[in-house]
Design a protein around this ligand. Structure first.
Ligand SMILES: [Mg+2]
Length: 378
């Protein structure tokens, strides 16, 4: 299925046209065509895009209404793999840093598109950091390879698609009457997530409990700095049908976090403290479990390794996300049969998704039967 030169220009023209469709306006499409050592040609495209949030999103440290992302495509022999980088501003990556990183990715070096281990290790070595930029390549490569094999990744990994978890749905911090309304609107979701770490933590939980008894997961986002206060809060939350507490204290307070986990009646889950595979062993001493996100782990391949290692160490595993389109959410969802808890509501919080794939049906992560990551353009 090699493309001839004429087909290639036709494809490019179509894609350049699609870049003008609403939402892509003003975003520059970058395309690199690489004649390489492989039998086919690889085309690598990427463009910045801005996700619009349905509601102002407030956590312990900030509020925002948009999230920058970069959408990637890797095309090989006419098959296109989709990927995405999502860059919440507080994590340090941006449209510019991702575009700069992706401009340094050179597929001409690689001999075998299936050799993810070599390709992704090499891309990782381009520069330290840049986890979302790296994830945008990893996800697109996984999507492409799954499509070349004509299988979704849950099949390639040998996972049961019916064993996906329910996802939590985040109720943003707000005034009590707004919170009550949001809880009622979230009727479909079986588990609610609450961002804590501010001065109205008890009020938020009590407000939700005035409407529903559903299990709640709590995320303090490093917001509690006194360990005894954190323990008192967790003891109180334990009486309120809360399942676990994510990142109760700042990641630099390692000894306090260890002490808290030893005394906590609820599992503690490391999020900001745990980014990549190399962090998992350290986390075992600090938390009961870890929150894995593709935008921290550099993508699906390392996330899979992190789950395997965490399980071997006897740790709980949660699968989370940033604000993302259904592209990155579908990629993460491929791993979800392996985890205890999922927090994959990122695409539900935006009003301008450009993909559809994994859906949340009656609160449960429901995988698409499509090959690769299971996402297609809307
Ligand atoms: Mg978190």
């Amino acid at each position: 299925m090699k493309q001839n030169r004429r087909d290639f220009f036709k494809t490019t023209g179509l894609l350049a046209g699609s870049a003008l469709v609403s939402g892509y306006t003003n975003n520059l499409l970058t395309e690199k065509i690489i004649g390489n050592k492989m039998s086919g040609k690889i085309k690598f495209r990427y463009k910045p895009y801005t996700l619009e949030l349905k509601h102002v999103f407030t956590v312990a440290t900030n509020s925002r209404t948009t999230t920058p992302v970069v959408l990637t495509e890797i095309e090989y022999e006419g098959i296109i793999g989709y990927g995405e980088a999502s860059m919440p501003p507080y994590l340090g990556e941006s449209h510019q840093t991702v575009l700069d990183f992706l401009s340094k990715v050179d597929f001409a070096k690689y001999e075998n598109i299936f050799d993810l281990e070599t390709i992704l290790a090499d891309i990782d070595s381009i520069a330290p950091g840049n986890p979302a930029a790296k994830a945008s390549v990893d996800i697109a490569l996984h999507d492409l390879i799954g499509k070349l094999m004509n299988q979704p990744w849950y099949n390639i990994w040998g996972l049961n698609k019916d064993k996906t978890p329910y996802t939590s749905f985040t109720i943003g911090i707000d005034k009590p009457d707004v919170v009550r309304q949001k809880v009622k609107e979230a009727d479909e979701y079986k588990i609610l997530k609450v961002k804590l770490g501010r001065d109205n933590d008890r009020e938020m939980i009590e407000t939700i409990r005035s409407v529903t008894d559903k299990p709640i997961t709590a995320d303090a986002n490093q917001g509690w700095t006194d360990r005894q206060y954190a323990l008192d809060m967790i003891n109180w939350l334990n009486e309120k049908n809360v399942l676990f507490v994510e990142q109760p204290m700042p990641k630099i307070q390692v000894e306090d976090l260890k002490w808290l986990t030893q005394h906590s009646p609820l599992p503690t889950i490391g999020d900001e403290s745990v980014q990549r595979l190399s962090d998992v062993v350290k986390a075992r001493e600090i938390f009961s479990g870890i929150n894995i996100k593709l935008m921290k782990s550099t993508g699906m391949r390392e996330a899979y390794k992190m789950i395997t290692l965490a399980r071997a160490l006897g740790m709980k595993v949660m699968l989370g996300c940033m604000t993302e389109t259904s592209c990155a959410i579908s990629a993460a969802a491929q791993l979800s049969p392996l985890v205890d808890w999922a927090d994959l509501d990122g695409a539900l919080l935006i009003s301008n998704d450009v993909y559809e794939g994994t859906k949340i049906i009656d609160g449960k992560v429901t995988l698409s039967p499509l090959p690769g990551i299971g996402a297609k353009k809307i």
